[in-house]
Ligand binder design. Sequence first.
Ligand code: F6R
Length: 574
Amino acid sequence: MNMCGIVGYVGSKGAKTVVFEGLKTLEYRGYDSAGIAVNNSKITVVKDVGFVEKLEPHLSQLPASGNAIGHTRWATHGVPNQVNAHPHTDMKVNVVAVHNGIIENFMLLKQNLKDGGVEFKSDTDTEVIPQLLSIELNEAEPFTAFKKVIEKLEGSYAILVMIKGDHRIFFARNHSPLVIGKGEDGRGENLIASDVVAFLKHTKQAIFVKDGDVGYIDGKNIHIEVDNQKVGREITEIEWSAKDAMKDGYPHFMLKEIYEQPDAVKNTLLDARIDEFAHKLDDGLEIVAAGTSYHAGLAFQYASNMKCRLIISSEFSALYRGGSVLAISQSGETADTLQAVRAAEKRGEKIYSIVNVNGSTLTRISDQVVHTHAGPEIGVAATKTFTTQLAVLYAVDAALKGNPKPTFDLAPAIALDGDMKALAKELTKTSELFYIGRGPSAATAREGALKLKELAYLHAEAYEGGELKHGPLALIEDGVPIIAICPNDTHKKKMMGNIEEVKARGAKVFVFGEQGDKELEHLSDKFYGLPKIKEEYSPMTYVIPLQLLAYHTAVLLGKNPDKPRNLAKSVTVE
Ligand code: F6R
């Protein structure tokens, strides 16, 4: 359950509602089941299968006051059903826990408990936590007992626990994100969650919990220990506002985030640290990233003169030959990327990173970080974090070439929204299609196809225009849609040849090119124009209509673009 979201609240605002609302903002982390527990004179738990909203009718069963913890789940151990949903309790319902991560030694712990007569309700690894704690509580006071349990766990975890009759929420972290929201003084409240977005409405003062930390919060105190010694931690003032984490009138977060791109890119380019960052990067750099972030790396490779190599995070151990590493990640929590970075770190190599989420694990293990100033991205599909990654990478490239920082006008690309809605209608009639591009547009094509696959569940493949003839051309027949990315660059003539090839086999070709390009317009079944842009920067604008196209196709097919099936925003399993 590594991609789950957890929230805890101590205070007087109505804990169940604060936690319920917090869970809704975390739903991008996982959404196959959810639950909330309230602790006042006794522990009461509600849970259900499906989205967090499904909990709403159950909330009346929870007491109005007390502390609360909640969870939204992305199943790994045990199918997504009500029994396996968190929170989990011990047999006597004296202890209740939520957990994000994987307890690797749970089988052994569970067997020992069972041998001692403990009965389990769920198939989860998490249930061992409250069951173990319930036993330890016979011997020790609550915090000592909690620490004893944590010592027994192997694996990754962010854990919140409440104990009947105790006014605290206990927590522990190892390789799963956890952050404390320090309540405003005088209100007697504190919060804790997987991500700051869960508590932005209540406080912007965050304390990032570190691996190996154990502690507790209550209305007045934030207590953190490392190796049984109390430690102090700095408070980070979060720049994001609660409004950033709301839909603000848009039907989906994804659409809002697509529209936020002009500002997000502008804000990112204002970061004065990019120049210094660029000059630290040395030749021989290994760039590591996954998914959409990998596509940003791909676009950079086409733009840059650097001697660097791009590696998919999960392939890093097989391909890495040493040297400093540049990791690109929205979340800063992607397990594949972190594992790659840790391997390089162990060899004493320098780690650079481009990250959106402040305080994330990647930012802490990097020697130098540049942030993409995209604000929180709630839609599962990366949009504004992709273009802001491109902004940083293009600014790095400009700095290294001694060119001025680039600027971008993204409004004309967003203005294609209506056209993309119309094109989406065409795509709903198909089950497979191809995206093609050459040079930087090969990166754009891959990102466009990924968006359509993950959101509309259509089989979209991306190819470099020149690769079609080496195999995929056999798949082209009457009516197959082709999305061709063909800016007015040095690859245009060859791309036009590729468009001719697919047309000759009956494909229906939708072309994205430079506004007013008559010859391309003539060649296309439908042509969409974008303003002139420097060759190496074209993914920045050309990707935007493709994001819109995937969005509208998903919506027309009745899919929720914010929560595609089987996926989660932060992929914290390898
Ligand atoms: C696709 C998408 C994913 C992520 C990938 C890496 O829309 O969002 O492919 O790009 O899981 O995530 P980060 O950038 O957080 O490391």
